[in-house]
Design a protein around this ligand. Structure first.
Ligand code: NAD
Ligand code: MG
Length: 397
């Protein structure tokens, strides 16, 4: 007789966000397979309390100790045994804890780097949504995966699609497996077809209203500038050992094809589905098996048509800036990412025009020195230096 299989213990970093919430939705559909070890959030303590009531994690983490004390008191009142911690060390601890099997890396931005790397170093199954972590630390991140034997599964829908379109073991470069190109699809964002002049007037609420996906504010702005696609191009190079010129961005407004792999025999393999992040999340959780994700089946008659066009890099220069950063190598992608994070925050706060985002990223790129990304310290220094330069540029204007 076979015993019950052990349930996988999951830590969700960034549990209260768009990806975190979708992850908990999938987990709740499979209580026999998964249990929640830890949930983390930055400021959203009310949302984290609600999640703790439902998912009963062993540990919950907030950024500030004052918020943690508040949550501790509410959980005690409710008679729940969840331990509450605060700060970056606590994030790292729940990512590498020996009780944990799976870590969903769904913090937004550079703040996710240390806990995500901790999960990698500890050899976990790492579900990577936090693309900024990989963009910043590229080679170091992939070396850490190889060294620890961690299982890295991309959650970004495009990379998850490509992963599904490649041979199961695709190590050793694309050419070895007959893959000639990765076709990275892009919705084009809410401003597809707009001129540079029209783009200058864009407001944060317009930028955050994405036509096909409901996402956090930072990635929504990135999708609108096409910096998201630029970060994804860099992400694809690292994940699949591709050169920038092997990754072609294809604007596909319906977001039904999530990306494709082209082979030397002329075959193009695509992954299709409704635009719902629970599909890649369920894939990452269950791989190599498949589980129900709560996603409606794709109705091709309703989709009716699939359109494709080339991206407009003149109106959306962020894509080119990202490609150039990847080609420059070393700390250039970390500088790009940091400048973009500062620019997006300034745009969301009404301190910078939409078109100023690309301008600021380009300025910082021109000022900041690029070094070989030898170790994590070098990467973190490049990140800090680029943030400083970006803030100074904003203040000086
Ligand atoms: P979000 O803003 O909705 O959620 C972010 C989460 O991280 C929240 O739980 C928040 O509390 C936490 N957080 C924010 N700042 C933090 C900090 N400084 N320290 C610790 N925790 C912090 O973002 P999201 O849309 O869920 O995106 C998360 C990541 O997934 C991003 O890297 C994004 O690029 C990537 N991603 C998202 C989608 C999507 O559909 N939303 C798709 C692909 C990739
Ligand atoms: Mg994506």
């Amino acid at each position: 007789m076979r015993g019950e299989p052990r349930r996988q213990a999951v830590t969700v970093l960034g549990a209260t966000g768009s990806i975190g919430t979708s992850t908990l939705d999938v987990i709740a559909r499979h209580p026999e397979r998964y249990r929640v070890h830890a949930l983390t959030a930055h400021r959203s303590r009310e949302a984290l309390l609600a999640q703790c009531r439902v998912h009963r994690p062993a540990v919950a983490v907030l950024d500030r100790e004052a918020d943690a004390a508040w949550l501790r008191a509410r959980l005690a009142e409710a008679g729940l045994a969840t331990e509450v911690e605060s700060g970056t060390d606590a994030l790292v601890a729940v990512a590498e804890a020996s009780a944990v099997d799976v870590v969903m890396a769904a913090i937004v931005g550079a703040a996710g780097l240390l806990p995500t790397l901790a999960a990698v170093d500890a050899g976990k199954r790492v579900l990577l949504a936090n693309k900024e972590a990989l963009v910043m630390s590229g080679a170091l991140f992939m070396e850490a995966v190889a060294k620890s034997g961690a299982t890295l599964l991309p959650i970004d829908s495009e990379h998850n699609a490509i992963y599904q379109c490649l041979p199961v073991d695709h190590r050793g470069g694309l050419a070895r497996h007959g893959v000639t190109q990765l076709l990275l699809t892009a919705s084009g964002g809410p401003f597809r077809g707009w001129s540079a002049r029209e783009l200058a007037e864009v407001t944060p609420s317009q930028a955050c209203a994405h036509p096909n996906w409901s996402m956090g504010r930072k990635i929504s702005v990135d999708s609108a500038t096409l910096m998201n696609k630029g970060l994804e191009l860099i992400e694809a190079c690292w994940l699949f050992d591709a050169r920038p010129e092997q990754v072609q961005v294809v604007v596909h407004p319906q977001s039904v094809i999530h990306s494709m792999a082209a082979y030397s025999d002329g075959s193009v393999i695509a992954q299709l589905g409704n635009p719902d992040m629970r599909t890649p999340i369920a894939y990452g959780l269950a791989w190599p098996e498949r589980i129900e994700a709560g996603v409606e089946a794709l109705d091709l008659f309703q989709v009716a048509r699939l359109d494709f066009e080339a991206p407009d890099e003149a109106a959306f220069p962020c894509l080119r800036l990202a490609r150039e950063a990847m080609a420059a190598g070393g700390t250039a992608p970390a500088v790009l990412n940091a400048a973009n994070e500062v620019a997006v925050e300034a745009f969301l706060e009404g301190r910078l025009a939409f078109t100023g985002i690309a301008e600021l990223v380009a300025r910082v790129r021109d000022i900041e020195p690029i070094a070989p990304a030898r170790d994590l310290e070098t990467v973190l220094e490049a990140d800090a230096g680029a943030r400083r330069a970006a803030r100074e540029w904003l203040a000086r204007r």
